[in-house]
Design a protein around this ligand. Sequence first.
Ligand code: SF4
Ligand code: SF4
Length: 168
Amino acid sequence: MSQVINSRGYPSQQELRNAPGYPSQERLEKGPVVAIECIEEIPCNPCEQACPQHAITIGTPITNCPHLDEDKCIGCGLCVSQCPGLAIFLIDLTHSQGSASVAFPYEYLPLPKEGQTVCAVNRAGEPVCSGTVVRVQNPKRNDRTPVVTVAVPCKYATQVRGILRSRR
Ligand code: SF4
Ligand code: SF4
């Protein structure tokens, strides 16, 4: 039976923690790893194809939710831009003393600049905290899905999933 995202339109933290693509707290604390926040049974599998470490499995049928082998994930981030559902995030709780980094797809212009202070938002687009842009990656292989990495206080790393759009 298909899992249904609640009436808010995005999954709750508890729903995500129970999902096969979400890493354990123990793995999160070891260093960079992806959180695959894809809990609907949809026919899709670019994430499986994108991972050179074979850390993501969908298998058959293609409507399976992605399963993350958290020990195989090396946190390279290659899968983040390849998800058409914009549902993959790279989290690094070891970014620096007291701060974590969160990388997410960002398909708006203008792109933020490295070093810029930004307003980090949660899955609902609500402000969570202030963050600093660490990296903006937009190589050709991302196929016009740039990936932005922001540093935020560690306690917000599982909440922050984007930034407020910059004004043109
Ligand atoms: S971050 Fe890299 S190693 Fe981890 S699942 Fe994505 S592509 Fe695979
Ligand atoms: S590519 Fe994205 S939307 Fe498609 S199955 Fe993987 S995580 Fe889900």
